[in-house]
Design a protein around this ligand. Structure first.
Ligand SMILES: [Fe+2]
Length: 602
């Protein structure tokens, strides 16, 4: 219930959201009793706004939809962390319900929906499912696997399905004008429609008088309200036992209002199909309109299609360094950089401008260069580390080769095992001696390396051996009340560790300011008991905050909105800012060859 609540728009007075979520308690209890996945239904993803000039980038899904699908899949994965059968979000497109009102072709709705499905499959977003309008009306959708036949079948039946929806689920006594006046949910949806139609239909009604324009927009919105009621009735009839999600605000607790692209707290924000995504150098993903970013951002294409806008910065301009690359933002954080298509030979890692990587990793870690040559050349790897920063060697070996040593004794370092590890930052036990300027005393302080620099020599089998990166900016964004960065800044913690490290560290700050961005960064090592490891255990005590903070931190650092589960490819070169990020690893199959090389840099 807390997970669902944390995904809701949360814009109501304190307590109201919990009440909204509580409406679904009986539904969820019945799933738990049957030990079935919690099923949710979301009427959404109709088609892109017809206003491709000022609002959206085109007719096909882009980064906005991609982020939304990851977000919904992550909701299910977060539920799966606490409830073994997990959860599913069933998207039922309302495209055919409204498209004729706005002059959008059935074929456009089909292409949008099919691309969305392909996106979910390609990105392995297995908890996102789709329900066709035909299924809601008890018909079997076309079973043909041939895409052309399936499309022809869809186009042939779309007008009939629309008519059938109206005949079967239309309520002749329903008056949109009365409902807008008396039902707060309908009123909120109507206002939302007016807002987006004003821009969507701008070109269509341009030649009309101001009054005629307003009337046409209001009439279209009223028609959409009527159709929406029919569609909602069909969903209730066919999927009434699902948790009902909505992209519209709701005042009554009949549906849970969920922003699809994370917004400022309290805002449902733009939907993916009415917006484009602006990626900031600060790592932010913002749903906005094209006309808001056209002059400050660069349009980025993917496979020849406009995909997102990216803040203009020399950090993304590698042509000056003699190399053309493409940037792929990851959810919830991270960036993959690939040589631009068409290169006959993969470029060497020698050509990677490490100064730019260093700056990008400050906000966009993990930054991954994929598809470059010479990643297995030790000298070259060390040279690139030296360009990234001052190499911080732990021992005589500059490169630490992280692989399963096969050793099972307590004194083995768990880094060189196949076990899952606790969430942590590197350098917990790296110390230096400094003179305290106030007392003149020499004190031992942590000397945390700034960057982790990796290359992957061999991977674990698929779906195994992930490295997890938790982002402090996202951690504090999703930290629930009553906790806050300010409160956590008051806390300190200590850690006692046995086995390989056998060390005790006291009076550690829980939050430090990032040396470049100044943003709060979480400094944390997850408690790790004897039941979790054959190797070092780790006791953590927290001070100046109640003990409830420990499970809160341990939960949120693994939350799919905060933590990137990164699957390695052989030859990946990765930089992670060891101050703004925490990291860990999932367990992997013991006899696999997974091997990473790592260098720390300051
Ligand atoms: Fe580590």
């Amino acid at each position: 219930m807390h997970i669902l609540e944390s995904y809701s728009v949360n814009c109501k007075p304190s307590g109201t959201v919990a009440e909204d979520v509580a409406t679904f308690l009986p539904t969820i209890v019945s799933y738990i009793e049957r030990q079935e996945p919690v099923r949710m239904v979301l009427p959404a993803f109709p088609f892109k706004s017809p206003n491709a000039h000022d609002k959206a980038l085109g007719a096909l899904p882009d980064l906005a939809e991609e982020l939304a699908l990851y977000h919904l899949n992550g909701l299910c994965q977060n539920i799966g962390r606490v409830y073994e059968p997990g959860a599913e979000v069933h998207i039922t497109s309302d495209g055919l319900v409204y498209n004729d009102l706005m002059g959008v072709l059935d074929e456009t709705v089909w292409e949008y929906g099919e691309t969305l499905r392909k996106m979910a499959v390609e990105r392995k977003l297995r908890h996102v499912r789709f329900i066709r309008l035909a299924e809601l009306l008890d018909h079997h959708p076309c079973s043909s696997r041939d895409p052309e036949s399936a499309k022809a079948f869809y186009l042939a039946h779309a007008p009939c399905l629309r008519r059938e929806l109206m005949i079967r689920f239309g309520d002749p006594s329903f008056s949109p004008d009365t409902a807008i006046k008396t039902d707060m949910d309908v009123c909120l949806t109507y206002r939302g429609y007016i807002k987006f139609l004003t821009k969507d239909l701008a070109q269509k009604v341009a030649s009309k008088s101001k009054r005629a324009r307003a009337e046409e927009i209001a009439q279209t919105a009223r028609s959409m309200i009527v159709r929406g009621q029919m569609f909602a009735a069909a969903i209730r009839a066919q999927r009434g036992d699902y948790v009902r999600l909505s992209i519209h605000e709701s005042a009554k607790g009949r549906k849970l209002s969920v922003p699809l692209i994370p917004q400022k707290p309290g805002s449902i924000g733009h939907t993916p199909w009415h917006s484009c995504v602006a990626v900031g150098v600060d790592g932010s993903y913002r749903a906005t309109h094209v006309d808001q970013v056209r002059d400050t951002h660069d349009l980025v294409y993917k496979d020849g299609q406009p995909y997102y806008y990216r803040e203009r910065s020399e950090l993304f301009d590698w042509a000056a360094d003699g190399i053309e690359v493409e940037f792929e933002p990851l959810y919830p954080c991270g960036l993959i950089i690939r040589p631009a298509g068409g290169a006959s030979q993969p470029p060497s890692i020698r050509s990677i401008p490490m100064r730019k990587i260093r700056q990008l990793s400050c906000h966009m870690s993990p930054v991954v260069c994929r598809g470059f040559a010479d990643t297995g050349t030790e000298d070259m790897f060390v040279d690139k580390a030296a360009e990234l920063g001052k190499v911080a060697a732990w021992s005589q070996d500059i490169i630490v080769k992280v692989r399963d040593s096969g050793r099972q004794d307590k004194k083995n370092n768990n880094v060189k095992s196949n076990e899952a590890m606790p969430m942590h930052f590197d350098g917990m036990f790296r110390f230096e001696h400094k003179v305290d300027p106030k007392t003149g005393e020499t004190v031992r302080v942590q000397n945390i390396p700034r960057y982790q620099f990796f290359t992957c020599r061999a991977t674990a089998p698929e779906d195994d051996g992930y490295t997890l990166f938790a982002n402090s900016r996202l951690f504090f964004r999703h930290l629930p009340l009553p906790w806050s960065a300010e409160r956590l800044q008051q806390a300190t913690w200590s850690m006692e560790n046995d086995g390989f490290w056998d060390a005790k560290v006291y009076n550690l700050p829980l939050v430090i300011a990032h040396p470049v961005s100044g943003l709060p960064c979480l400094r944390w090592h997850q408690p790790w008991g004897a039941q979790q490891t054959k190797f070092s255990t780790c006791d953590v005590t927290i001070h100046n905050a109640n003990a409830g903070l420990i499970p809160q931190i341990d939960d949120l650092t693994y939350d799919y909105r905060v933590c990137k589960r990164f699957a390695w490819h052989v030859g990946d070169v990765l930089v992670s800012d060891n101050i703004s990020m925490l990291h860990t690893r999932t367990a992997y199959t013991s006899d696999c060859d997974r091997e990473l090389w790592r260098i720390h840099c300051d």
